[in-house]
Ligand binder design. Structure first.
Ligand code: PEP
Ligand code: MG
Length: 605
């Protein structure tokens, strides 16, 4: 029966996909361990032998290269490495580990390397230890070969695949070029983890929390992924495929309809404007959507710029990038968030201490305050770029008024310094805070006097309010953005900000759900910021709903005592919007109209 092969997981990024699966087994720098099924042990050992041969070949190539450029003597070491690699005893030992422990070749080779290091590291004397290190070096090449073959294999085709992995990490989502990834499915990973944020921002359908996924898959198996419902179907039969294609067609038609008036302003039928900005991580994101469809960048997560480099970006590098973002937005506001590392966002070149509770630890603004040089460089770059557009500065993970004051002091100091150096800085660059820590919600009536605007980071606020880690799959059910306490906090923030006549925004993932976006409009938020992928839906909803309807929705939602009831209200709102879509547009007519206008646009250009 077909439905037996449907596995339920958690939907993370919407969309449908059907195609061959590719199991991503390795993240860079991490040697993965997995259990090899009994029947695959022989194949795993063959992988090991192939990697030993490839490593030996690689060592021969290096030997030749060094001989040509430095001479035979220096090249001799590679011959020794190859000899070590050909020692049948060692190869047999690794084979035995694979067979007896039923683990993958990478893990077995890594075990051998660690064993060498443990035993030989105890030897006395520098040169003896150096010699000892040479024992494990050729095996390091075998390990690299094992880990690379997978990527190289994938690099040699153009095939589009569904990526499957144990955990949803940013590495998995960027394993291949965007256009080759049909979908991502994983065994674990939070809905609001950074891997999930990336999947949504790239528009890659994604389902997490699929139990025993890897054990049920083999490379190339055809699967379908439903990122709307959060299901995965293995080996769909023809009937399933037909049904899938029909749904896909309907979904595409709907998206085309939504795109028709995406360039129109985000204003309700009764004239209330709710600007909708987008959340971006890098300039690359600009290629994924039409910039004229957005009201600005509501959240520029600058840490990704730091994460993609082998060292801290210089003031000049940051200045150029921020300036480029401002120029691309052509006068529309750009909210630049200062560095938000720590927890699951680590820099390879900046080691933070190992913490038992990293989400409650050294992260976000706490690091910028401790390492003020980092903050100064970033503020200098940002203020210099501010001359080229509408810049706003946003501070992540704020907990206290003292923190805001400290940043203001640094900010004023940097501004004075730049002015003395002859830079032209706009008279006012607004400074705002993210509301992520519950303390800020409670203290907002006082705190708001210190800032120009606030932006709610619901991804973090929810985890701190409900004491449920956003990245921990074991508590993903408890991480509930529709918990009544979350709505009460959201209501309070909007009310306090409005009373103080300060702009308020929501830039967490909640705002990207179009029914929730209306709820937030009803609560009184002045702007929203969403992943580019959700711009059209959110704008469509705003343009089809009066402010008073949204206010009633918000009022009703805040009266509910369970998240189930809140969800039911939102589901009803979604259904109403769906009906409006069908009423306003004859989908087929709209489709041909959009094709015609797209064609005439093409002709014009
Ligand atoms: C948030 O916490 O809601 C947020 C927008 O920040 P990030 O997801 O980058 O932590
Ligand atoms: Mg956050």
């Amino acid at each position: 029966m077909a439905h037996m092969r449907i596995i339920k997981g958690t939907p993370v990024a919407p969309g449908l996909a059907l195609g061959p699966v590719h199991v991503v087994r390795a993240a860079p720098h991490v040697v993965p361990t997995w259990t090899v099924p009994e029947e695959d042990v022989a194949r795993e050992i063959a992988r090991l032998h192939a990697a030993v041969d490839a490593a030996s070949e690689e060592l021969r190539r290096r030997q030749k290269l060094v001989a040509q450029h430095a001479g035979e003597r220096d090249a001799e070491i590679f011959a020794v490495h190859r000899m070590l690699l050909s020692d049948p005893g060692t190869v047999k030992k690794v084979e035995a580990t694979v067979r007896e422990q039923r683990i993958n070749a990478e893990a077995a080779v890594q075990g051998l390397i660690e064993d060498f290091k443990r035993r030989l590291g105890k030897l006395e004397g520098e040169s003896v230890r150096d010699f000892a290190a040479d024992f494990s070096a050729p095996w390091q090449t075998v390990l690299e070969s094992l880990m690379q073959t997978e990527r190289a294999l994938m690099g040699s085709t153009d095939e589009q695949v569904v990526l499957a992995a144990a955990e949803l990490t940013p590495q998995v989502v960027t394993f291949l070029e965007r256009k080759r990834i049909l979908a991502v499915v994983t065994e674990t990973g939070g809905r609001f983890s950074h891997g999930a944020v990336l999947a949504r921002s790239f528009g890659i359908p994604c389902v997490v929390g699929v139990p025993n996924l890897l054990a049920r898959l083999e490379q190339g198996l055809r699967i379908s992924v439903d990122g709307d419902k959060g299901t995965v179907q293995l080996k769909p039969d023809q009937e399933d495929v037909d049904r899938f294609l029909e749904r896909l067609e309907r979904r595409r038609a709907r998206q085309k309809v939504l795109a028709i008036d995406a360039a129109q302003p985000s204003i309700t039928p009764d004239g209330h404007a709710l600007p909708v900005g987008c959340n971006i991580e890098s300039l690359r994101d600009f290629d994924t959507f039409d910039l004229t469809h957005t009201d600005g960048v509501g959240l520029l997560r600058t840490e990704f710029l730091y994460m993609e480099r082998p060292h801290f970006p210089s003031e000049e590098e940051q200045y150029r990038l921020y300036r480029r973002v401002l120029e691309r937005m052509d006068g529309r506001p750009v909210t630049l968030r200062t560095l938000d590392i720590g927890n699951d966002k680590q820099l390879p070149y900046f080691k933070t201490p190992k913490e038992n509770n990293p989400a409650l630890g050294w992260r976000g603004l706490r690091i910028s305050i401790e390492w003020q040089d980092l903050l100064r460089v970033q503020l200098r770059a940002a203020l210099r770029a501010a001359a080229h557009g509408e810049l706003r500065l946003l501070l992540p993970m704020v907990t206290s008024i003292e923190e805001i004051r400290t940043v203001r002091r640094v900010y004023e100091d940097v501004r004075r310094q730049l002015t003395d150096q002859g830079f032209e800085i706009p008279a006012h660059v607004p400074l705002g805070i993210m509301i992520e820590v519950p303390a800020c919600v409670l203290q907002l009536p006082t705190m708001i006097r210190e800032v120009d605007f606030v932006s709610v980071g619901t991804n973090d606020l929810v985890q701190y309010l409900l004491a449920a880690d956003r990245d921990n799959p074991w508590v993903s059910r408890l991480y509930d953005p529709y918990h009544p306490a979350v709505l009460l906090a959201l209501e309070q923030v909007a009310r306090v900000a409005n009373a103080a006549k300060k702009p308020s925004s929501v830039c967490g993932e909640m705002a990207g759900d179009y029914a929730t976006a209306l709820l937030l409009m009803g609560l009184g938020y002045s702007t929203l910021s969403v992943a580019p992928n959700f711009l059209h839906e959110v704008k469509y909803a705003v343009r089809r709903t009066t402010l008073s309807e949204a206010q009633s929705l918000a009022l009703e939602a805040c009266r509910q005592d369970t998240s189930e009831n809140v969800r039911a209200l939102l589901a009803a709102m979604r259904e109403r919007l769906h009906q409006r879509l069908l009423e306003v547009h004859d989908v087929n007519a709209a489709l041909s109209a959009s094709d015609t206008s797209a064609n005439s646009k093409k002709r014009e250009s």
